[in-house]
Write a protein that binds this ligand. Structure first.
Ligand SMILES: [Zn+2]
Length: 306
């Protein structure tokens, strides 16, 4: 996927009224989508379908006050993140509600647009409400959904959206990639948004990576050491390093290339490696869903396989 993908894909002639952008959250993607929104809303569009950045629509968009644009985020106050129907209907001065904005005439812009972040968190009622709007979209209005897990959405919603799958390669950062160990970059790329990560953070992760690799090296491996060392805020990152390591061992074992790996896990046979992977994925799932757990006990049972 090329860097100028957005400019090529969207021009004034071929914009549909409802899109689903499928991708993990990223600063880079957010900037691209906001630029596209500005182009659609701008009242003084330049040639090549470019926003002017000077009209009242562009200026108010930059200042987060454009009345023809509404950005929806998951509700913060609830324990589990969700986008409920109240948020779509709107109940405050800040949020006039999706249907109100979409069915009114645009106040200062060329069109009206709703952007819904983390759309997979729309609950059942909210999806029903949205479906009605998608079935009969008001004139001159647009809806953008962003989601990293769109399969959770109802098929009836998905069928009414133009799905744009953002290829992960779009987020590759060549500058960072060329300076790092390939395995480290791979893990970093999977877990972090490389368009917003800073050098200090990368340095910190680099040392955690080195320390983690060191702890699973056959020569240095000690289960007790691993349990102590890994029990911190970077557990998920460490598990990803371990996972990547297992993938490497598996792919080489599968290819039977006589590959030598010095990590302690390379002593396991294929069946055990798959079991090990399963345990890691299970633990990551619990971490992601913020299940309260004793990390040390969980790690202990994962590493029981070695
Ligand atoms: Zn403008």
């Amino acid at each position: 996927m090329k860097a100028d993908f957005f400019n090529k894909e969207f021009n004034s002639q071929n914009i549909s009224h409802a899109y689903l952008f499928e991708c993990k959250p990223s600063k880079k993607l957010d900037e691209e989508i906001n630029n596209l929104i500005k182009k659609i809303l701008c009242v003084d569009k330049q040639k090549n379908f470019m926003f002017c950045d000077l009209c009242s629509s562009c200026k108010s968009f930059n200042g987060h006050t454009n009345p023809d644009f509404l950005e929806i985020f998951p509700d913060e106050d609830l324990k589990s993140k969700v986008i409920g129907i109240k948020t779509l209907r709107g109940d405050s001065k800040k949020n006039r509600g999706v249907i109100n904005i979409m069915s009114e005439t645009a106040l200062i812009s060329d069109a009206k647009l709703i952007k819904i972040n983390d759309a997979e968190l729309l609950n059942n009622d909210a999806q029903g409400h949205l479906l009605k709007i998608l079935e009969e979209p008001p004139k001159n209005s647009y809806i953008f959904l962003l989601s990293s897990r769109p399969a959770i959405l109802k098929p009836t919603i998905l069928s009414r959206l133009n799905r744009i799958k953002i290829d992960p390669s779009y987020f590759e950062n060549e500058d960072i990639k060329n300076t790092l160990d390939p395995l480290f970059y791979e893990v970093l790329f999977r877990e972090f948004d490389l368009s917003s990560i800073d050098e200090v953070e990368i340095e910190k992760l680099k040392s955690i990576y080195a320390e983690t690799i060191d702890s699973i090296e056959e020569f240095n491996f000690s289960k007790i050491k691993v349990l102590d060392l890994w029990n911190d805020d970077y557990l998920n990152f460490r598990l990803n390093i371990l996972k990547q390591n297992i993938f490497n061992i598996l792919s080489n074992k599968l290819m039977d290339s006589g590959f030598k790996n010095a990590s302690a896990i390379s002593t396991l046979d294929q069946e055990r490696l798959f079991l090990f992977l399963e345990e890691i994925i299970l633990l990551q799932g619990m971490l992601e869903n913020k299940v309260s757990l004793n990390k040390k006990i969980q790690l202990d049972s994962v590493f029981d396989l070695i």
